[in-house]
Design a protein around this ligand. Structure first.
Ligand code: HEC
Length: 175
């Protein structure tokens, strides 16, 4: 055998080994045979994140508030009135008084005992926060104690937020 042929054979063996080894590595990487890391693929994002992302993705405040109707908002607020007052000088009920709630800090009524979840939330009630909260209160601020399922309908939310905004010392122009 010439040294050239020997070289060819050695090269062929080397290439085969490299290819087989390489494919094995790559497929390990893609299919991840390790049981523990397979589990990692199954971890779903927390439900609150899903709701938030959906809300953010579909949030066109301008379009939503185009649906807002003050009289409709007053009607929708009847669902809230069991637990909340809205008029100026109104008191706390099961929930805190809501006069002036728009653009106030979350959990700011001094004589109301909020859940820890609300107190530690540290944001203000702007359009986005109020909208997200009212879609599904239990997932927007995890662990809060507002026993209310939420308002699925955009017009209901836009209208009740408009109503909250009007019941304030300083109503802001809608977005
Ligand atoms: C079954 C009673 C109940 C109903 C119905 C209800 N809420 Fe509440 N709400 C609460 C409670 C209790 C809290 C305080 C939550 C906490 O401390 O975790 C709260 C808190 C809030 C807050 C936060 C206020 C702040 O000072 O930070 C807002 C805003 C609010 N509710 C709006 C509404 C609106 C709007 C509706 C109607 C669409 C409604 N709620 C329906 C009980 C209720």
């Amino acid at each position: 055998m010439s040294s050239f042929e020997i070289q060819k054979i050695i090269s062929a063996i080397l290439i085969t080994v490299l290819v087989v080894f390489g494919i094995g590595k790559i497929s390990d990487f893609i299919f991840d045979k390790d049981e523990d890391s397979v589990v990692a693929y199954k971890v779903d994002p927390p439900e609150s994140d899903i709701v938030k992302n959906e809300a953010e993705a579909s949030l066109d405040l301008k379009a939503m508030f185009a649906l807002a109707d003050l009289a409709h908002g007053e009607k929708v607020f009847k669902k809230c009135a069991a637990c909340h007052s809205i008029n100026q000088g109104g008191g706390n009920k099961i929930g805190p008084k809501l006069w002036n709630v728009m653009f106030r800090s979350v959990g700011a009524v001094e004589d109301y005992k909020y859940s820890k979840a609300l107190i530690s939330y540290k944001k203000e009630w702007n359009w986005e926060e109020m909208n997200g909260f009212l879609i599904k209160p239990s997932t927007w601020i995890k662990g809060n104690k507002m026993g209310f399922a939420g308002l699925k309908d955009e017009k209901d939310r836009a209208s009740v937020i408009l109503y909250l905004n009007q019941n304030s010392e300083n109503p802001k122009p809608l977005p």
